[in-house]
Design a protein around this ligand. Structure first.
Ligand code: RIB
Ligand code: CA
Length: 313
């Protein structure tokens, strides 16, 4: 079976970095490009971090283009630098990038590739959906030419930026709502499942022994874990983005429900809330595949084995 062509739009971000490494380690995928967006940290940092991770994986041949430096409408007063560190990859000790990002804007790069391979490309978006919404607005034919969109985002039983909002959606709710209204095949992998997709201290100790990528991966995960211990009191690290990416590799990792999903784009306390209308109360037509169940051990086995395989290259 031919590898699945794929583009990753991300805001690295420690879990974004792990998702990138998983993709680059997986023969089921043909990673065509990486695009970056403001989110966890400012665009300059997410872009430099994307380049640094590609260098770490020995993939400086892959195109990386920077996208939007801010959400569509409102600029939040906060980001996730408290979680990922000021650099966005604190703990990794990765050197500066070996090259600059492409001159092309991320949205134009995705559009060009989508039109070159209509109906084939999966777009995995693991940051705020600003670039994806701009693609829908600026290049509707290219947006429609995507095979599907898999996004890490949303929460239906407790957020991480507010009681009801998950960070990627909270950072740009209007962009998420635009994508949900687009008619594209959208899968949303939210906190309901990603909070079960964890790595442990023992996993990090094992990863640290991997040649090439081990020290950097362990360093950033340890930094990430210290935040999880402080906030949740547990020695675990949630793998939000790599779970979303893993679904592109192995669809049996997740159980989904196809229903209407809507985002609160107001400016009140529920801004960025994901309303998952499983019972059809709104009467709106289904517009997203919402992830409800996860095979945690299947995911963990995939992630750990693929990271090990990458380090042997
Ligand atoms: O809520 C988790 C999401 O927000 C992940 O994508 C993480 O990288 C942060 O961007
Ligand atoms: Ca992310």
């Amino acid at each position: 079976m031919a590898p699945q062509p794929l583009i990753i739009d991300c805001d690295p971000g420690i879990d974004d970095a792990i998702a990138m490494l998983l993709a680059l380690a997986s023969p089921e995928l043909e990673v065509l490009a990486i695009t970056t967006v403001a989110g966890n940290v400012p665009l300059a940092n997410t872009t430099a971090n994307g380049l640094r991770v590609l260098d770490l994986a020995g993939r400086a041949d892959l195109p990386l283009a920077a996208g939007s430096s801010r959400p569509l409408i409102w600029v939040p007063e906060d980001d996730s630098s408290a979680t990922h560190g000021e650099t966005g990859l604190d703990g990794s000790e990765l050197p500066a990038p070996s090259r600059a990002a492409a001159d092309e804007h991320a949205v134009d790069l995705i559009a060009r590739l989508a039109l070159e391979r209509p109906g084939e490309i999966t777009l995995v978006a693991v940051g705020p959906l600003t670039n994806v919404a701009l693609l829908a607005a600026m290049h509707p034919a290219a947006f429609a030419a995507l095979r599907r969109i898999i996004a890490m985002g949303g929460a239906s039983n407790g957020g991480n930026m507010s009681p009801s909002a998950e960070f990627n959606v909270w950072f740009d709710p209007e962009a998420t709502e635009r994508v949900l209204q687009s008619g594209q095949d959208v899968t949303l992998v939210g906190l309901d499942v990603t909070r079960q997709a964890i790595l442990t201290s023992a996993d990090i100790e094992a990863l640290e022994q991997l040649p090439t990528i081990g020290p950097a991966v362990a360093g950033m995960l340890r930094f990430y874990m210290r935040k999880h211990v402080a906030w949740y009191g547990e020695e675990i690290v949630y793998q939000h983005d790599s779970l979303a990416l893993a679904y592109a590799i192995d669809p049996d990792i997740l159980g989904l429900v196809y229903c209407h999903v809507e985002v609160d784009t107001g400016v009140g306390p529920a801004r960025g809330a994901t309303l998952v209308d499983r019972l059809g109360v709104f009467g709106g037509s289904a517009n997203a595949h919402w992830a409800e169940r996860v095979d945690v051990e299947r995911f963990r086995a995939l992630l750990l084995s693929r990271l090990a395989s990458l380090s042997c290259r």
